[in-house]
Design a protein around this ligand. Structure first.
Ligand code: ACM
Ligand code: ZN
Length: 467
């Protein structure tokens, strides 16, 4: 192995020192008390590569260091020891993963004579929010597929799993209050039981991934309103939007949100959807028109915004933070806004001081085809790997936006993506996204990325499990 510039995401700092360490001489992994599993993980993946890190040998020490920032790590390689230091357990986990990358490249032709150059790698993320959204409402996935996705995310140091569980085609979180919702099966049948959700959330936590579950309103609710037409403006023709004026709609949604949130006790953030509601039904509804006038509002978008702000307040009353897609209206400022149609949504939101997530579709929607050979809807643009890699919308105005931009999130909608095609859609673009989310612009370089990705792929690094 020639040098240490082989890692994905590419580190902030690499310093070369003279000398090498022979990987066959490595052994004696030690880890901080309580975090032995991170050491165990390294031993397991090294074992897959033919290395025995439980033997007597050059020590590999995993330590926690107060001098290093959260999620950050340093790896120091010298002929007589390897030290992997993390600023917190997540940083240690990422550092151990980075060291696995060095191992897998050094042993690419076998362990005999394999060596790693001495030196020091130091790294920390650019963004604290590095998200991936999976739509489980259109096509549902198996628990195993979702765990594999989480494992891949962890290897790429992505730390937020936004789980789109409800849409017109399905309500995929178990509901004991409204079990009829779990019968929706427009594209695929099925839902996640409370036990399965717990299993997925526990697995995510071990991968240092936060889960943000999403429940949709007031649009994208066709299936649900077919089962509960009384909650639509016109029960004869329920459509896909809830009535904004009927008190029973708010009562129903509050009960549903409370039940939904309780399935995710570790989640401090709930996504309320809010995208793509059409005003057509509200226009024809006397109750919606009356409420708009009574509240002194001048149009139905303002009424929609008022409704979403009320729902967001309800989420806050549960001690949680709401997120919504950018709807075109301004949400109360503690609601996090996810921009998806254009950069201008961030610019509009910035003026109101809300925190933001960047998911602009033509740069980060992975349902869009990666190559022209893929089947796709006529309206979808192509989004190739370099398109995702080169997404760098914020550099020009990073100063103005400051901490309000939490980070980017890439999204996989699944209208055209059944379970078995999930990884065909994610790879390689999720790898490219990891550098968009983790690296500062100065660290990024497309040709370097292609080289590093090809070598890591040849070393089968992406095939190994994070847990
Ligand atoms: C969206 O793509 N409808 C958020
Ligand atoms: Zn109405």
């Amino acid at each position: 192995m020639e040098n240490l510039d082989v890692l994905i995401p590419r580190p902030q700092s690499i310093i070369a020192d003279p000398g090498v360490v022979k990987v066959e001489s490595l052994g004696s992994v030690s880890a901080p008390a309580g975090w032995e599993r991170i050491g165990g993980q390294l031993i397991r993946n090294a074992g897959i590569m033919g290395l025995d890190l439980t033997q007597e040998g050059v020590p590999v020490k995993l330590i926690l260091s107060e001098d290093i920032k959260v999620e950050s790590f340093e790896i120091t390689i010298s002929p007589d020891e390897v030290i992997i230091s993390g600023g917190d357990p997540a940083g240690l986990f990422y550092g151990a993963g980075a060291f696995e990358q060095l191992l897998c490249i050094s042993v690419i032709r076998g362990t005999k004579g394999a060596e790693i150059p001495c030196g020091k790698v130091a790294d920390s993320p650019r963004f604290g929010y590095r998200g991936f959204m999976l739509d489980s409402a259109r096509h549902i996935q198996s628990v195993e597929t979702i765990k594999s996705v989480l494992s891949l995310m962890a290897k790429l140091r992505l730390n937020v799993f936004h789980w789109h569980l409800c849409d017109s085609q399905g309500y995929r979180a178990e509901s004991k209050l409204f079990p009829e919702l779990n019968t929706l099966a427009d594209m695929t049948p099925g839902f996640f039981t409370a036990e399965e959700i717990k299993e997925i959330c526990d697995f995510a936590a071990e991968c240092f991934i936060t889960v943000i579950p999403e429940i949709e309103m007031p649009g994208h609710s066709k299936g649900l309103l077919a089962l509960h037409p009384e909650l639509a403006c016109d029960p004869e023709e329920p459509g896909k939007e809830f009535c904004l004026a009927k008190p029973e709609v708010r009562e129903f949604l509050e009960k549903l949100i409370a039940e939904f949130a309780a399935l995710f006790p570790a989640s401090k953030v709930i996504h309320l959807g809010g995208d793509e509601a059409e005003t057509e039904h509200w226009e024809k509804c006397p109750a919606c028109q009356k409420l708009m006038k009574d509240k002194g509002l001048s149009n139905l978008r303002q009424l929609e915004n008022d409704f979403m702000n009320d729902m967001a307040s309800y989420v806050r009353s549960l001690g949680l933070t709401p997120v919504t897609w950018f709807t075109g209206s301004i949400m109360e400022h503690s609601t996090i806004i996810q921009a998806w149609r254009s950069i201008h949504e961030l610019k509009e939101t910035l003026a109101h001081g809300n925190r933001m997530i960047f998911s602009v579709h033509d740069q980060l929607y992975l349902d869009y085809p990666c190559t022209a050979a893929e089947p796709f809807e006529n309206w979808m643009p192509l989004l190739c790997e370099s398109g995702v890699y080169n997404t760098e919308p914020f550099a020009a105005w990073e100063k103005e936006i400051g901490d309000l931009l939490l980070g980017p999130e890439t999204c996989l909608w699944t209208e055209t993506v059944p379970d078995h095609r999930i990884f065909a859609k994610l790879l390689p673009r999720l790898i490219a996204f990891s550098e968009t989310a983790w690296c500062r612009p100065a660290q990024k370089d497309w040709f370097s990325y292609i080289r590093r990705k090809d070598v890591l792929s040849a070393g089968a690094w992406f095939d190994m499990k994070a847990l």
